[in-house]
Write a protein that binds this ligand. Structure first.
Ligand code: 6R9
Length: 654
């Protein structure tokens, strides 16, 4: 793959790194030679990580890779994931430790210790068993960010049932297709979720999903959350608080094979139906726990908070399984960052003394847009480590995150991974690495990646290419539920014997990795390959720009043309108003900093960008309107009106 000359420049003259804060490594449990250990004996290294968990039957074989790409890790061992996340900490005398400081959107709170969690998970496990749910049965969970969601997931794990969490903002159709594709027997939901002071009707949505017969659901278990009346279907629906009454809070856990399925999680592909990736118990928990500890340099007195919803993989691995396996104390918050005011997240950080905060670039850029005054109203000095996930983080957002939220001192750990990988794959070691704003830097110790060209040959330092993973890893998805062939075709056919992530990446002269976004986001303009992420980062550097999205729209002359969308900073209103043509100014800025080839053919200043509920920018929709096509399916957007406004603006100019 040929990188643009400018990109090569950046990879050849990498941004200067930021040394770890003095003394940062003191007290870290991450060994200084951890990379050397992993390189010397990779499988032995993973076996040691797995042995940090509690196994009912120890494994004797680390990896069975005799039938690639279907890996089996620690397969002759037996383990109970819930016991590892709960009972083990109680048995070690840490039952009084707070597992979850939960805060509801209206401001109600619950403090859940490991002892409490132990009782609740056992009770819930008994309840599910009383419904006839057992090993291998699939349970769909469509719940808000409330403690019962964690109880339900861990109860499934405890009895060997397979959970399939459906994000609480998805539609009835999305629920139905997920229920059908895995033949879920039970749906756990709530009478509603609380969103910006209003009730989002979860139960009604489930009713609608199950309206037409022919589904596998026998029971619907309903948590009561907001004040909101719902209809209950006789013989099918039961209230959680009614049926849990009197259920025993002791439950003997059985151990399951390490390869027993733990959960299914659907993720959208570039085309077609969502894919239900499934993860196995032992390997998944091993890597979730290890990376949660190592990437964030987790320490005993940390108060950890991951702002992701459990409906996404980040919530699975870094709100539920990783932190709880590590016996951490964490914050769990039900609502949005801007209700009742834009101070909400910062109030929470201040109130609980959060030390590790893990969030997404889209949230950071949102805060940049509303201005530093809001976070600076709060004492955020407890923060020690900040994490980023979900999208490439542009150097400007990285620096703002550190300077404003992190009081100029916290390291930022950029973590690259996917639903498919289960846990972090590329991330710096914050306790010992010098950091580079905008780079995810190195594979996690134990993980082996290679950036290759289209023929699968490793690219030289200073070049861009495609990100592949060359060796199996413990938390890799074991397949697409019910569709092994699609798993092989989607991830393992492009480069036989390797996993192809679908992301582009560059390697700089220090060997550090720069994630460039999905390769479908790579544009080809007059034969020059340009990364949407690179142009976006350039726009984001401009003082007027809060956030931007760039697409390659089909163009008769140049193959593709760069079309850019920029959200302008409110705080710069006056300066912007003084310019007579801010759009031309920004186009020139791109040309000046990357080169004329990257100058957007069109640039639109817009109020907001279209985003999925997990915060990913839907570039595909922007591409369609830029090509004069009608706006496609907007059902996964947080706010469909955003896209309509953009479409009108673009149509007026085409
Ligand atoms: C964890 C998660 C996976 C896709 C992935 C990539 C993008 C995630 C990133 C990142 C650059 C990072 N992505 N983390 N890109 N830097 N630190 O987000 O999983 O929802 O499956 O998305 O997200 O493009 O391929 P998932």
């Amino acid at each position: 793959m040929h990188a643009s000359d400018d990109k090569i420049q950046k990879l050849i003259n990498p941004i200067e790194s930021v040394a770890p804060a003095p003394g940062f490594g003191d007290g870290s449990s991450v060994p200084l030679d951890i990379r050397a250990q992993a390189e010397a004996d990779r499988l032995g290294f993973w076996a040691d990580r797995a042995r940090e968990l509690e196994w009912q039957t120890p494994f004797t074989e680390v990896l069975d890779w005799s039938n690639p790409p279907f890996a089996r890790w620690f397969h002759d061992g037996k383990i109970n994931v819930a016991v590892n996340c709960v009972d083990r900490h109680v048995a070690a005398g840490n039952g009084d430790r707070v597992a979850i400081h939960w805060e509801g959107e209206p401001g109600d709170t619950r403090t859940i210790t490991y002892n409490d969690l132990h009782r609740e998970v056992q009770r819930t496990a008994n309840l599910l068993e009383s419904f006839g749910i057992g090993k291998g049965d699939v349970v769909a969970i469509y719940l808000p960010m409330i403690p019962e969601t964690v109880f339900a997931m861990l109860a499934c794990a405890r009895i060997g049932a397979v959970h399939s969490v459906i994000f609480g903002g998805f539609s009835a159709d999305a629920i139905r297709s997920r229920v059908d594709s895995a033949s879920a027997k039970l749906v756990i939901t709530a009478n509603g979720s609380v969103r910006k002071g209003r009730v989002f009707p979860l139960k009604e949505t489930v009713d609608k999903a199950l309206e037409t017969p022919g589904h596998s659901v026998e029971k619907v278990l309903v948590v009561r959350r907001p004040e909101h009346e719902i209809d209950m279907v006789d013989g099918r629906d039961v209230w959680w608080h009614d049926v849990i009454e009197g259920v025993s809070d002791t439950h003997e856990a059985q151990a399951f094979d390490a390869e027993h399925p733990l959960f299914i999680l659907y993720t959208s592909g570039t085309t077609g139906q969502p894919k239900g990736l499934w993860h196995a118990s032992g390997g998944y928990l091993t890597q979730a726990a290890y990376t949660h500890r190592t990437s964030f340099d987790l320490r005993d007195n940390d108060i950890y908070w991951c702002s992701a919803d459990v409906g996404w993989v980040t919530g699975h691995s870094y709100t539920v399984y990783g932190p709880l396996a590590n016996g951490a104390t964490q914050v769990m918050y039900e609502g949005t960052h801007d209700y009742p005011s834009l101070d909400r997240w910062f109030e929470i950080i201040e109130r609980y003394g959060v030390t590790i905060f893990y969030t997404a670039p889209t949230a950071i850029r949102g805060f940049m847009k509303t201005g530093r005054e809001i976070p600076l109203r709060h004492n955020l000095s407890s923060l020690r480590v900040l994490g980023s996930v979900g999208e490439p983080i542009n150097p400007e957002a990285w620096e703002w995150f550190r300077d404003v939220i992190g009081s100029g001192k916290t390291p930022i750990v950029d973590t690259w991974w996917q639903t498919e990988t289960g846990a972090h794959m590329i991330a710096p070691l914050v306790s010992q690495d010098a950091l580079k704003p905008g780079s995810a830097q190195r594979p996690v110790p134990g993980v082996v990646v290679e950036v290759v060209d289209e023929n699968g040959n490793r690219v030289d330092p200073g070049q861009m290419g495609l990100l592949t993973i060359t060796e199996p890893w413990p938390s890799m998805a074991r397949g697409i539920w019910g569709d092994d062939q699609r798993f092989i075709e989607t991830y393992w056919s492009q480069f036989p014997g390797r996993y192809f992530a679908g992301d582009g990446a560059g390697v700089d002269l220090d060997g550090d990795l720069w994630l460039l976004g999905r390769v479908d986001d790579v544009m080809n303009v007059s034969g020059h390959r340009l990364s949407t992420a690179e142009i976006e980062a350039t726009l984001d550097e401009h003082p007027f720009v809060a956030e931007s999205a760039v697409v390659g729209a089909d163009d008769e002359t140049t193959g593709q043309a760069v079309v850019a969308f920029a959200v302008l900073k409110h705080s710069q209103r006056e300066a912007i108003a003084a310019e007579d043509d801010v759009e031309t100014l920004l186009r020139k800025h791109v040309a000046a900093s990357i080169g004329a080839i990257a100058r957007p053919k069109m640039l639109f200043a817009v109020e907001e960008l279209p985003k999925t509920r997990s915060g990913k920018i839907m570039r595909r929709l922007l591409k369609d309107v830029s090509e004069g096509k009608p706006v496609g399916d907007t059902s996964t957007l947080t706010d469909a009106a955003v896209m309509d406004a953009i479409a009108q603006k673009v149509a007026a100019r085409l």
